[in-house]
Design a protein around this ligand. Sequence first.
Ligand code: ZN
Length: 330
Amino acid sequence: MDQRTGSDLTVGIDIGGTSVRACVVDPTGRILDTLRTATPATTEALEHCLDRLVGELRDRWAIGAVGLAIAGFLTPDRSLVRFSPHLAWQEAPVAADMSTRIGMPVFAEHDANAAAVAELHFGAAARGHNTLVLAIGTGIGAGLILNGEIYRGSFGVAPELGHLTVVPEGRPCGCGKRGCWERYCSGTALVDTAVELIASQRFPRSALAAESDADPGSLTGRRVAAAAADGDPVGVAAYADLGRWLGLGLGMIADVFDPDLIVLAGGVGAASGLFLDDAREHYTAAVTGAGHRQLARIRGTQLGETAGVIGAAEVARQGLAATRESGEVN
Ligand SMILES: [Zn+2]
């Protein structure tokens, strides 16, 4: 493997619920090296794992800093991880602790914000001024760029768009509420919708329905997607429903933020050909005064599932530059 010198390289690490991905990224957003492993179960094991991944990459490349993309609530200055749904960190100074452990500067960022940073600097949001990056996967992750900057809210937790209530007393959500947007507009939602459609017995010719009747466990988001691509009526109807809820939610968000660009990312977002026309139609119907205003363009991600690591690496690069600058000033 090529060796590089100089500290213009940073490591981005995306800590997901099931896997950890660590990449060496150059200043143009190009990934030079990747390591992947299953997410360890305990905090101690996770911190050891992060240390080991950085150590391995450090043996091969000259690295200046590390960025961590973390799902959960971080303080606005990102010094503390308040809470993470998949990880045991609570009120934890993760960046400082990992910096001490690894022996180089470490910066933390919310995972959806990291993906938005990557799309802003290197991807589909490069020309966006007020941009929503919406990652539709198991749930919904959202990053919001306002006036070219990541919007964090007053206490660091904005925007939790996936948990906007769209159906009062609707489907239960893991967050403890009911009727959250992501319970109708996600990979998980696709399966729930397909189950409901099959139970309605309105689609006797659906191969997906026949398969599901024979083996209920066979119904996965991936299977619904494949069925929709094949024109199966349940699959097509499930995606039309997702498109409807996506459009409705985007209309609400546009009424608050009036974005110029919406970037769809995540596993479901990447298959936007199956639902984008429905989404646009319902978005136009839901937004206030659609005939009298410009509407945001909707486009797909350019970075796909690597946006989180590339963004985390960019956050590290910016953090390092800011540290050096303040060091020079002082
Ligand atoms: Zn929720």
